[in-house]
Design a protein around this ligand. Structure first.
Ligand code: WTA
Length: 666
């Protein structure tokens, strides 16, 4: 990907001007950049006026003790009130908030803002009844159903930070997260629909509760939504049905307003060590950042637009651009439960046609999949309602960008390639659809009010035309405040590398082109990006090594046409297992066993595409695994410089294995 992007940089001359009408009526015009630059804090204070505060702040930013920021200091606010109640009070109670589309056909629900308010109040009352108090953490492990949005907002309403765990994660991953943030309550469902069949969630929760207890965290209550009607094991003292509690609770709940810096949620994301990081977001600044960027980047016209973000709520995109940003802006949006090919490969385009979606936000990996399936599929549907297209999660290669714009956008609508992270909370680098002449493959410029640059090893800005590390040079409202329970790791991970300059180190490589526009080049650390999901090489290595037959493992992200990167593992077996693997036919079984083991430990998303059983791993004299060389093998390239290896013959042994087909792919 980065190589392709780099080489395209020199040849990419295509430019797409904003459509004239969109530019003329754009929410944000070019003047915003200078205005924000002249007085950043005044700019963000102006954006904070978008929200309803019970009490206004007396200081916009407290950056006296970096890197610990406080935004809108002294302000009091409730996120759920801003996403729901105030719209009802403004007379928009009958407006559809969510067109919900279940995966089984004709399984749909329309939820108005008035409905949402009632349901959020009911859930808030039910959570209080279950013993949840302000400040308590609540874990949410749910499919893409309306109750998920309701559960998140109910937590926000009572000031109980939520931690949503992606439904594709395993019981172990859930248990680790529950234990790390000490959640007393888990909200889940019997299951959800994926790829045309019900897929269970509750058994993983039952297992996770036991594992969390082993880790010292007792889960008191499990609140269960009935979605699929699957049989579930039931613990009378612990488990409570959503329909017996939430749906029977009062729809009246007077909300309390919390300090602007009150924790809103913890979202776990992969870092460079085996232990996921709990990214902490707080209330006021986060809501300002997501609300403003959602309105600015998508040129949102809330009265007429129909918005759809396809991200799963288990990731930050689902938090910022399905829940908090859009709902604080009173949008009408689509939420879809399932996969794009159920029951047919045109399902997404059919949904766009049915609901008249005008703003569509998805990931490059999905776009590349649709390219593979063929343009004739979207061509069968009327997509003329679309006026803005967005992309997020990984670098979008120019060909995918151009296909997206042409095939889904009818060659008329702008594509906004939005760069941001779980840590940033809000979009940071992106074109503005009414201002920017887009270049395919470039995220272009930092948004108004945001400071970004590309620097060399010494932290000095590189000149136009050169590459380096992406840094964020100024604090921003939705920035992470710390890592849950680990201030030291927070400082170390993001603020040490360029401590002298006070820059935030994003972990991404980037290049400035001759015009100073930014091209993102992927991670510079041991974090992979598979289908827009962040995975840690170390975490998968630990999972592999926890298998009794494995002595050592090294994992790399190898370029993959569809998923961006794919997980490739190199494994050294324990002596006892080597003989077994050498038996004819047994090697493949063992590889399968190891792949399943990773799925069990972390989740299906982390399952290696390929595992190669090798006799040695390439290491430097100091014992560090040289993943660069393994990446060459995984990407079928000539292996690079081996002179720093302790034993330079190792690579020949590995390549021999590759030739003999000891790998597995499916
Ligand atoms: C990558 C997802 C290039 C990047 C919102 C970042 C991107 C990581 C883009 C964060 C983009 C995200 N262009 N790369 N438009 N968007 N990334 O935390 O490597 O899941 O550091 O947040 O995804 O992933 P995360």
């Amino acid at each position: 990907m980065s190589d392709e992007t780099l080489s395209n940089l020199s040849t990419e001359t295509r430019r797409f001007e904003p459509p004239a009408e969109l530019a003329a009526n754009a929410n944000v015009k070019a003047e915003a950049y200078d205005r924000a630059e002249a007085d950043r804090e005044a700019f963000w204070a102006e954006q904070a006026e978008r929200l309803d505060w019970d009490q206004k702040w007396d200081r916009v930013l407290d950056w006296d003790d970096p890197p610990f920021a406080k935004w809108f200091v002294g302000g009091r606010i409730n996120a759920a009130y801003n996403c729901v109640d105030r719209h009802v009070e403004a007379g928009k109670g009958d407006k559809v908030a969510i067109h919900w589309v279940g995966e089984p056909e004709d399984d749909t629900r329309e939820i108005t803002y008035a409905d949402l308010k009632d349901q959020v109040c009911q859930a808030a009352n039910a959570l209080i009844e279950l013993g949840v108090e302000t400040g308590d953490r609540v874990a949410i492990y749910l499919p893409m159903i309306p109750e998920t949005v309701v559960a998140m907002l109910a937590c926000a309403r009572i000031g109980a930070p939520h931690t949503v765990v992606f439904g594709g994660f395993s019981a172990d991953a859930l248990a680790n997260r529950v234990a790390d943030c000490e959640a007393k309550v888990i909200i889940t469902a019997d299951g959800g629909y994926r790829r045309g069949a019900p897929s269970a969630l509750k058994p993983a929760v039952d297992e996770a509760v036991g594992k969390a207890a082993d880790l010292g965290q007792k889960v008191d209550k499990v609140l269960v939504v009935r979605r699929t009607g699957q049989d579930v094991a039931w613990d009378e003292g612990r488990d409570v049905w959503w329909h017996d509690s939430v749906e029977k609770a009062s729809t009246e709940h007077a909300c309390e307003f919390f300090d602007s810096e009150h924790p809103l949620y913890v979202m776990y994301t992969s870092g460079t060590t085996g232990k996921p990081k709990g990214i902490l977001h707080t209330t006021g600044g986060y809501l300002v950042g997501t609300s403003y960027t959602h309105w600015a980047v998508f040129d949102l016209k809330a009265d007429t637009d129909v918005y759809w973000c396809t991200a799963d709520v288990g990731w930050v995109t689902g938090h910022s651009y399905m829940v908090y940003g859009p709902l604080s802006n009173a949008v009408t949006q689509v939420v879809y439960e399932g996969t794009p090919d159920s029951p047919h490969k045109g399902r997404w385009w059919e949904i766009i046609q049915t609901y008249g979606v005008t703003i569509f936000y998805t990931a490059p990996t999905a776009i590349r999949t649709f390219m593979k399936w063929g343009s004739d599929i979207p061509a069968k549907f009327d997509l003329s309602s679309i006026r803005v297209l967005g992309s997020v999660g990984e670098p979008i290669n120019p060909e995918a960008y151009v296909w997206y714009r042409a095939t889904i956008g009818g060659d008329r609508v702008p594509v906004v390639d939005t760069w941001w992270q779980t840590e940033t909370g809000q979009i940071m680098i992106s074109p503005l659809p009414g201002v920017t002449a887009g270049k395919p493959g470039s995220a272009m410029k930092a948004l108004p009010g945001i400071g970004a640059d590309v620097v060399n090893d010494e932290g000095e800005p590189v000149p136009d035309g050169s590459g380096g590390f992406l840094v964020l040079t100024k604090p921003w409202p939705a920035m992470l405040r710390t890592l849950w329970g680990d201030d030291e790791r927070f400082k170390e991970t993001y603020w040490t590398r360029f401590a002298d300059q006070g820059f935030y180190f994003a972990g991404d490589g980037a290049k400035k082109d001759e015009d100073g526009d930014l091209w993102l080049l992927g991670r510079v650390d041991d974090v992979m990006n598979v289908s827009g999901h962040r995975l840690s090489t170390t975490e998968i290595e630990s999972a592999l090594v926890s298998h009794p037959k494995v002595a050592e493992a090294a994992v790399v992200g190898a370029a993959d046409e569809t998923t961006g990167q794919a997980v490739c593992a190199f494994v050294i077996l324990r002596e006892s297992a080597v003989e077994e693997a050498d038996e004819p036919g047994e090697g493949a079984d063992l590889v399968q066993e190891l792949r399943n083991h990773v799925q069990k430990e972390i989740g299906a998303i982390a399952k290696p595409r390929q595992i190669m059983i090798v006799p040695e791993l390439p290491k430097t004299r100091s014992g560090k695994i040289m993943r660069r060389l393994l990446k060459d093998v995984a990407e079928h390239r000539e292996v690079g410089d081996v002179t720093t290896l302790a034993d330079s013959t190792v690579m020949d042994l590995i390549k021999d294995k590759e030739g003999s087909g000891a790998g597995s792919e499916d």
